[in-house]
Design a protein around this ligand. Structure first.
Ligand code: PLP
Length: 366
């Protein structure tokens, strides 16, 4: 811990006593009924998520990475197959593909940091089985051209909506378009558990049943297992906490959007780029990204002002050790990755802290 940091990038402690008491009381109920696994909170949570994502089914799992892995396995994707993903995301998107035995293929990104449909199209070949767009930093990809492309080429669309629970575009919610869609609900995400959690959405009953089997050792009933798989279940205590956090989700989301719009206005005349809100939807701002040429100097300046900033996500996934041989044409991602930096934008910031952050950014350009 750096003592001179007065505004950390994020603060996961639950300091609001009303919120803490509500969480504790939900957990207390689980302790008393004792169904720590497959408790009623899990199915209730799944019902609500399915409704919120406009899908028929939701399957709770133990993490976003597990969600991606099981989604791919449920579609029988494995060795010899290729899956196209953006070159910039949290590394789990690539590793989930690799863990099935399939090969991740890295596509370029647009200036809004989301995957480019033109780049996806140029990478499709006979081995391509699926595309996984990531709604980067809570801004939804324009899914309709990607969906059209996938359908016309007989390829599965899987959303990695880990950073975008609650986001929408053109009336479409995140997590409703793909054949299966994945969310991480770890404690840093917008809909945050008290540790690790994830959820998968789908409209396909057969896939829903397969996913339920895959999340518990490939079991088909209490005795029989027909697929090798490990335990990836969502814990009842996490589901209970998530039910509580769903109650306040809209407020949290709106506060993040309010902070983002305050930043947008304050930065409009400054000489760097930021990612504006979608005019036809709602971004949920998992992060608020600036694109700054002298980024390292900027981060240092912010640190000296007591403000923690973060780079999300570098290096590019294709530059990580397991994927270094990748020769994708990803020129725009390479240009962008050296400039991205996120400033604090979590819903717990006070208006005064937002003001201090804006003043520190302005000072860098004086
Ligand atoms: C967080 C995240 C994941 C992984 O989720 P975990 O719950 O940490 O396993 C996958 N993809 C993206 C885009 C993420 O942000």
């Amino acid at each position: 811990m750096n003592n001179s940091i007065s505004i950390p990038y994020m603060n996961l402690s639950v300091t609001n006593s009303e919120e803490r008491n509500k969480l504790l009381s939900r957990i207390d109920k689980v302790l008393l009924h004792g169904r720590l696994i497959n408790g009623p909170e899990v199915s209730l949570f799944e019902e609500i998520i399915a409704k919120k994502c406009n899908t028929k089914y939701a399957i709770g799992v133990s993490s976003g990475g597990s969600a991606l892995l099981l989604a791919l396995l449920s579609l029988d994707i494995g060795k010899g197959d290729e899956v196209i993903i953006p070159s910039m995301s949290w590394i789990s998107t690539a590793h989930a593909v690799s863990m099935t035995g399939a090969t991740p293929v890295f596509a370029d990104i647009n200036n809004d940091l989301n995957v480019s449909v033109r780049s996806i199209e140029s990478m499709i070949n006979d081995k391509t089985k699926a595309v996984i767009p990531v709604h980067f930093m809570g801004k939804m990809c324009d899914l309709s051209p990607i969906d059209k492309l996938c359908k016309s080429r007989g390829i599965y669309l899987i959303e990695d909506a880990s950073q975008a629970f609650g986001a929408s575009q053109n009336g479409i919610k995140s997590g409703q378009t793909g054949i299966v869609n994945c969310f991480s609900l770890n404690s840093m995400k917008l809909l945050a558990s008290l540790g690790e959690a994830g959820v998968i959405t789908t409209n396909n009953i057969n896939l829903a049943l397969k996913l339920k089997s895959l999340r518990y050792c490939g079991m088909t009933d209490k005795e029989h297992s027909n697929t090798p798989s490990l335990n990836h279940r969502l814990e009842t205590i996490q589901a209970a906490a998530l039910l509580e956090r769903l109650e306040t989700f809209e407020q949290r989301k709106n506060r993040r959007r309010e902070i983002a719009h305050t930043y947008d206005n304050a930065f409009a005349s400054l000489p760097f780029e930021f990612i504006p809100d979608s005019y036809n939807g709602e971004d949920v701002y998992y992060g608020y990204t600036l694109l700054i040429d002298d980024r390292d100097q900027f981060m240092n300046h912010m640190k000296l002002s007591g403000i923690e900033t973060k780079i999300k996500h570098a290096p590019l996934m294709c530059d990580q050790l397991p994927y270094k041989e990748c020769l994708s044409d990803i020129g725009n991602a390479r240009k962008i990755v050296n400039r991205i930096v996120c400033i604090p934008n979590h819903e717990g910031l006070t208006n005064n802290e937002v003001k201090i952050i804006i003043q520190a950014v302005e000072k860098f350009y004086e």
